[in-house]
Design a protein around this ligand. Structure first.
Ligand SMILES: [Zn+2]
Length: 375
């Protein structure tokens, strides 16, 4: 009588399994197909299978041995962790496996899950989704868990808009999620303010500069609807402009100009500019209130202010001589006009006309260029 030893262990594969066996008679190991032939039965599904040998050649008779085919494991892959942001509402788990997958959520108030593995967010927090493939005759169950973190709501913040000016469009306030950028309320463009000055038509060389200075609070009109194009600027208004550029500081001391009475719109400005050495009067008693100012004197005051501010006022020496009417510049104004020309404030495509009175619109273009360069 021969003995059969089944070697190793066997797991369900879906195919017939032929086990490795050792057959002995006493201590003699017999040889398959010489001494015996093998038949295996019941050897596809999990459970007990039977291997039977039948003698050949010198051996007769048959004997059987059972062996076990173990259940196989299902394959199951899915992520350990899923995050659902404020910008998302659903997310697929994307599980894959060798059998029918079922899903269940530990907290459906936070994350509900559909039969096909799609999570729908219901609240902020964490939930655990159990992913399962049930066992069957030939397989053990497979199980995995997915930790789900849910952010249900956007984190809405107000984004401040800005007012429109006469030269730049504005924006309304908006509401935006600071996490995902979702715009609950989109910012809307506010159109530029209407030009209030009837005498400042669109598209003139001075139009944008006048509106720019109006927006900055540096230069306003003669009244709400008239800028004063074609009118010349008076000395005290030049000083008022510079005083505003500086933020209307108080004067350290008062000048003794008889033509600058207390309480006028220009009084503080004249006292401040005089105290700081930015302007002088004609003499100790006369500022020259109400007098028009000539173009080289206007540049000289602006130059004095730039130096007082500590701005870079360097300019190539003698640059102003390029201009056709450079010889008309007075000696006392040469340095200022050279600076003004080198920086493109004056003589930009037109003669200096240094001794002509300067118009309000030309003063505006020069001040605007100055501010764009230095501030
Ligand atoms: Zn968001």
């Amino acid at each position: 009588m021969a003995t059969i030893t089944v070697n190793g262990t066997y797991v369900y594969t879906g195919s017939a399994i032929k086990p490795s066996i050792t057959v002995k008679r006493g201590t003699k190991v017999l040889t398959e197909n010489t001494d015996y032939v093998v038949a295996v039965s019941n050897n596809i599904n999990a459970g007990q299978a039977t291997v039977t040998i039948a003698g050949r050649g010198n051996y007769k008779g048959s004997t059987s041995k059972t062996f076990t085919i173990q259940k196989a494991a299902h394959t199951l892959t899915c992520p350990d962790k899923i995050s659902i942001s404020c910008a998302e509402t659903t997310k697929s788990i994307g599980a894959k496996g060798s059998g029918q997958i079922t899903y269940s959520s530990s907290n459906t108030g936070i994350a509900a899950v559909s039969a096909n593995g799609v999570i729908t967010k219901k609240g902020t927090g964490s939930a655990v989704i159990t992913v399962l493939i049930a066992g069957d005759a030939n397989h053990n169950q497979a199980k995995a868990t997915v930790n789900v973190d849910v952010v249900y709501s956007h984190s809405i913040e107000t984004v401040k808009g800005k007012a429109a000016t006469h030269t730049e469009t504005g924006l309304t306030d908006g509401k935006v999620c600071r996490v995902c950028g979702y715009e609950e309320i989109k910012q809307q463009v506010i159109p530029v303010l209407a030009n209030p000055f009837a005498d400042v038509p669109a598209g003139k060389y001075y139009t944008n500069d006048i509106l720019y200075l109006l927006d900055k609070g540096i230069m306003s009109g003669l009244n709400k609807t008239t800028f004063g194009v074609g009118k010349n600027i008076v000395r005290e208004d030049v000083v008022v402009i510079i005083h505003r550029m500086e933020g209307t500081p108080a004067a350290a001391k008062k000048a003794s100009f008889k033509d600058v009475p207390a309480g006028k719109y220009y009084t503080d400005a004249v006292n401040w500019a005089w105290a700081e050495g930015i302007v002088t009067g004609y003499n100790k008693k006369t500022f020259g209130k109400g007098d028009n100012i000539i173009r080289q004197d206007f540049i000289k005051i602006l130059y004095g202010y730039a130096k007082w501010k500590g701005y870079d006022t360097s300019a190539p020496a003698g640059k102003y001589k390029e201009k056709e009417d450079a010889s008309q510049v007075s000696a006392y104004a040469v340095e200022a006009m050279n600076w003004g020309y080198a920086n493109g404030f004056i003589g930009n495509g037109s003669p200096f006309r240094p001794k002509e009175e300067i118009s309000r619109q030309d003063a505006a273009t020069i001040i605007a260029r100055f501010l764009r360069k230095y501030t």
